[in-house]
Design a protein around this ligand. Structure first.
Ligand code: E4P
Length: 217
Protein backbone atom coordinates (compact mmCIF):
# COMPACT_ATOMS: atom_id res chain seq x y z
CA UNK A 1 0.00 0.00 0.00
CA UNK A 2 1.31 3.45 -0.91
CA UNK A 3 1.62 6.11 1.78
CA UNK A 4 0.68 9.71 1.04
CA UNK A 5 0.96 12.33 3.77
CA UNK A 6 -2.14 14.44 4.30
CA UNK A 7 -0.64 17.88 4.96
CA UNK A 8 0.56 21.13 3.40
CA UNK A 9 3.33 21.51 6.00
CA UNK A 10 6.59 21.42 4.02
CA UNK A 11 8.70 20.64 7.10
CA UNK A 12 6.71 17.46 7.75
CA UNK A 13 6.81 16.58 4.05
CA UNK A 14 10.61 17.03 3.82
CA UNK A 15 11.19 14.97 7.00
CA UNK A 16 8.95 12.10 5.90
CA UNK A 17 10.24 12.19 2.33
CA UNK A 18 13.76 11.67 3.70
CA UNK A 19 12.63 8.36 5.27
CA UNK A 20 11.97 6.97 1.79
CA UNK A 21 8.50 5.88 2.95
CA UNK A 22 6.52 8.64 1.25
CA UNK A 23 4.78 8.00 -2.07
CA UNK A 24 2.85 11.28 -2.41
CA UNK A 25 1.03 14.14 -0.71
CA UNK A 26 -2.58 15.27 -0.44
CA UNK A 27 -3.70 18.78 0.41
CA UNK A 28 -7.12 20.35 0.73
CA UNK A 29 -8.31 23.94 1.36
CA UNK A 30 -8.41 23.37 5.14
CA UNK A 31 -4.80 22.12 5.16
CA UNK A 32 -3.74 25.13 3.04
CA UNK A 33 -5.43 27.43 5.58
CA UNK A 34 -3.61 25.62 8.42
CA UNK A 35 -0.24 26.07 6.64
CA UNK A 36 -0.76 29.84 6.39
CA UNK A 37 0.93 29.70 2.96
CA UNK A 38 -0.03 30.90 -0.51
CA UNK A 39 -1.79 27.96 -2.21
CA UNK A 40 -0.07 27.98 -5.61
CA UNK A 41 3.33 28.68 -4.08
CA UNK A 42 3.17 25.90 -1.49
CA UNK A 43 1.82 23.34 -3.98
CA UNK A 44 4.72 24.11 -6.34
CA UNK A 45 7.19 23.73 -3.47
CA UNK A 46 5.66 20.39 -2.39
CA UNK A 47 5.66 19.08 -5.97
CA UNK A 48 9.40 19.81 -6.07
CA UNK A 49 10.06 17.89 -2.85
CA UNK A 50 8.30 14.60 -3.63
CA UNK A 51 8.43 12.54 -6.82
CA UNK A 52 4.93 11.08 -6.41
CA UNK A 53 1.48 12.62 -6.91
CA UNK A 54 0.64 15.86 -5.07
CA UNK A 55 -3.08 16.53 -4.82
CA UNK A 56 -4.20 20.16 -5.20
CA UNK A 57 -7.92 20.90 -4.87
CA UNK A 58 -10.16 23.04 -7.06
CA UNK A 59 -12.70 25.27 -5.31
CA UNK A 60 -15.18 26.25 -8.07
CA UNK A 61 -18.52 24.44 -8.07
CA UNK A 62 -19.38 24.78 -11.78
CA UNK A 63 -17.72 22.62 -14.43
CA UNK A 64 -16.40 25.44 -16.65
CA UNK A 65 -14.60 27.29 -13.85
CA UNK A 66 -13.52 24.05 -12.18
CA UNK A 67 -11.90 22.90 -15.43
CA UNK A 68 -10.02 26.20 -15.76
CA UNK A 69 -8.80 25.89 -12.18
CA UNK A 70 -7.83 22.26 -12.73
CA UNK A 71 -5.81 23.10 -15.85
CA UNK A 72 -4.03 25.90 -13.99
CA UNK A 73 -3.16 23.56 -11.10
CA UNK A 74 -2.05 20.77 -13.47
CA UNK A 75 0.34 23.19 -15.22
CA UNK A 76 2.28 23.71 -11.96
CA UNK A 77 4.14 20.38 -12.26
CA UNK A 78 3.85 16.97 -13.92
CA UNK A 79 3.16 15.26 -10.57
CA UNK A 80 0.08 17.34 -9.70
CA UNK A 81 -3.14 15.36 -9.22
CA UNK A 82 -6.09 17.73 -9.52
CA UNK A 83 -8.66 17.20 -6.80
CA UNK A 84 -12.33 17.70 -7.69
CA UNK A 85 -15.40 17.12 -5.53
CA UNK A 86 -17.73 14.18 -6.08
CA UNK A 87 -20.51 16.16 -7.78
CA UNK A 88 -21.84 15.95 -11.33
CA UNK A 89 -19.77 19.02 -12.25
CA UNK A 90 -16.75 17.43 -10.56
CA UNK A 91 -17.21 14.21 -12.53
CA UNK A 92 -17.54 16.14 -15.82
CA UNK A 93 -14.33 17.97 -14.93
CA UNK A 94 -12.66 14.68 -14.04
CA UNK A 95 -13.52 13.23 -17.45
CA UNK A 96 -12.18 16.32 -19.27
CA UNK A 97 -8.94 16.50 -17.29
CA UNK A 98 -8.38 12.74 -17.61
CA UNK A 99 -8.76 13.13 -21.41
CA UNK A 100 -6.02 15.81 -21.24
CA UNK A 101 -3.81 13.18 -19.53
CA UNK A 102 -4.05 14.84 -16.10
CA UNK A 103 -4.25 12.73 -12.90
CA UNK A 104 -7.52 13.43 -11.09
CA UNK A 105 -8.31 12.69 -7.45
CA UNK A 106 -12.08 12.68 -6.87
CA UNK A 107 -12.62 13.69 -3.27
CA UNK A 108 -15.39 13.76 -0.66
CA UNK A 109 -16.57 10.24 -1.52
CA UNK A 110 -18.99 8.70 0.98
CA UNK A 111 -20.66 5.89 -0.98
CA UNK A 112 -19.66 2.97 -3.21
CA UNK A 113 -21.94 4.26 -5.99
CA UNK A 114 -20.09 7.57 -5.93
CA UNK A 115 -16.83 5.63 -6.26
CA UNK A 116 -18.25 3.73 -9.24
CA UNK A 117 -19.05 7.04 -10.96
CA UNK A 118 -15.54 8.37 -10.32
CA UNK A 119 -13.98 5.26 -11.89
CA UNK A 120 -16.25 5.61 -14.92
CA UNK A 121 -15.16 9.27 -15.20
CA UNK A 122 -11.52 8.15 -15.46
CA UNK A 123 -10.30 9.21 -12.01
CA UNK A 124 -6.73 8.23 -11.14
CA UNK A 125 -7.74 8.22 -7.45
CA UNK A 126 -10.97 8.00 -5.48
CA UNK A 127 -10.84 9.43 -1.95
CA UNK A 128 -13.37 7.83 0.43
CA UNK A 129 -13.26 9.62 3.82
CA UNK A 130 -13.25 6.86 6.43
CA UNK A 131 -12.86 9.01 9.57
CA UNK A 132 -15.70 11.37 8.70
CA UNK A 133 -17.83 8.32 7.84
CA UNK A 134 -17.09 6.78 11.26
CA UNK A 135 -17.90 10.15 12.90
CA UNK A 136 -21.54 9.98 11.79
CA UNK A 137 -22.04 6.37 12.87
CA UNK A 138 -21.24 4.51 9.62
CA UNK A 139 -18.45 1.98 9.11
CA UNK A 140 -15.84 3.73 6.97
CA UNK A 141 -13.90 0.52 6.33
CA UNK A 142 -17.02 -1.30 5.08
CA UNK A 143 -17.13 1.38 2.38
CA UNK A 144 -13.52 0.61 1.41
CA UNK A 145 -14.37 -3.10 1.17
CA UNK A 146 -17.34 -2.36 -1.11
CA UNK A 147 -15.30 -0.13 -3.38
CA UNK A 148 -12.50 -2.75 -3.54
CA UNK A 149 -15.06 -5.38 -4.62
CA UNK A 150 -16.62 -3.16 -7.28
CA UNK A 151 -13.31 -2.00 -8.73
CA UNK A 152 -12.02 -5.60 -8.85
CA UNK A 153 -15.28 -6.82 -10.46
CA UNK A 154 -14.70 -4.52 -13.42
CA UNK A 155 -10.88 -4.19 -13.34
CA UNK A 156 -11.05 -0.41 -12.94
CA UNK A 157 -7.62 1.24 -12.81
CA UNK A 158 -8.76 3.94 -10.37
CA UNK A 159 -6.74 3.67 -7.16
CA UNK A 160 -8.56 3.58 -3.83
CA UNK A 161 -7.00 6.36 -1.74
CA UNK A 162 -8.23 5.95 1.83
CA UNK A 163 -8.65 9.47 3.24
CA UNK A 164 -9.64 11.03 6.55
CA UNK A 165 -7.39 8.53 8.33
CA UNK A 166 -7.33 9.20 12.07
CA UNK A 167 -5.23 6.44 13.70
CA UNK A 168 -2.97 3.42 13.02
CA UNK A 169 -5.89 0.95 13.06
CA UNK A 170 -7.35 2.71 10.01
CA UNK A 171 -4.02 2.13 8.23
CA UNK A 172 -3.95 -1.54 9.23
CA UNK A 173 -7.53 -2.14 8.10
CA UNK A 174 -6.97 -0.33 4.78
CA UNK A 175 -3.92 -2.51 4.09
CA UNK A 176 -5.79 -5.72 5.00
CA UNK A 177 -8.59 -4.82 2.59
CA UNK A 178 -6.07 -4.09 -0.16
CA UNK A 179 -6.57 -0.36 -0.60
CA UNK A 180 -4.03 1.07 -3.04
CA UNK A 181 -3.11 4.16 -1.04
CA UNK A 182 -3.74 5.67 2.38
CA UNK A 183 -3.29 9.39 2.91
CA UNK A 184 -2.24 9.75 6.50
CA UNK A 185 -1.57 12.70 8.83
CA UNK A 186 2.16 13.05 9.63
CA UNK A 187 1.74 12.21 13.34
CA UNK A 188 -0.12 8.99 12.49
CA UNK A 189 2.66 7.93 10.07
CA UNK A 190 5.17 8.39 12.90
CA UNK A 191 2.96 6.39 15.30
CA UNK A 192 3.06 3.39 12.92
CA UNK A 193 6.69 2.75 13.90
CA UNK A 194 6.01 2.76 17.64
CA UNK A 195 5.61 -0.29 19.87
CA UNK A 196 6.31 -0.40 23.63
CA UNK A 197 7.93 -3.85 23.32
CA UNK A 198 10.34 -2.45 20.71
CA UNK A 199 11.36 0.29 23.17
CA UNK A 200 11.65 -2.19 26.05
CA UNK A 201 13.62 -4.69 23.97
CA UNK A 202 16.00 -2.01 22.75
CA UNK A 203 16.61 -0.79 26.29
CA UNK A 204 17.47 -4.36 27.41
CA UNK A 205 19.82 -5.02 24.48
CA UNK A 206 21.67 -1.72 24.97
CA UNK A 207 22.08 -2.39 28.71
CA UNK A 208 23.56 -5.84 28.03
CA UNK A 209 25.74 -4.50 25.21
CA UNK A 210 27.17 -1.80 27.52
CA UNK A 211 28.00 -4.56 30.04
CA UNK A 212 30.14 -6.35 27.43
CA UNK A 213 32.37 -3.26 27.14
CA UNK A 214 32.59 -3.81 23.36
CA UNK A 215 32.20 -1.34 20.46
CA UNK A 216 31.21 -1.80 16.82
CA UNK A 217 32.81 1.48 15.65
C1 E4P B 1 -7.58 14.00 1.90
O1 E4P B 1 -7.46 14.08 0.73
C2 E4P B 1 -8.69 14.57 2.67
O2 E4P B 1 -8.89 15.90 2.31
C3 E4P B 1 -8.43 14.40 4.13
O3 E4P B 1 -7.94 13.10 4.37
C4 E4P B 1 -9.60 14.75 5.01
O4 E4P B 1 -9.29 14.40 6.33
P1 E4P B 1 -10.11 14.95 7.60
O5 E4P B 1 -11.45 14.29 7.62
O6 E4P B 1 -9.27 14.57 8.78
O7 E4P B 1 -10.22 16.44 7.41
Amino acid sequence: MKFFVDTADVNDIRELNDTGLLDGVTTNPSLIKKSGRDFLEVVEEIAGIVDGPVSAETVALDHVTMLKEGRKLAAIADNIAVKVPLTIDGLKTCKALASDGVMVNVTLCFSANQALLAAKAGAAFISPFVGRHDDVGFDGMALIEDIRTIYDNYAFDTEILVASVRHPVHVLEAALIGADVATIPADVIRKLANHPLTDKGLEGFLKDWAATGQKIL
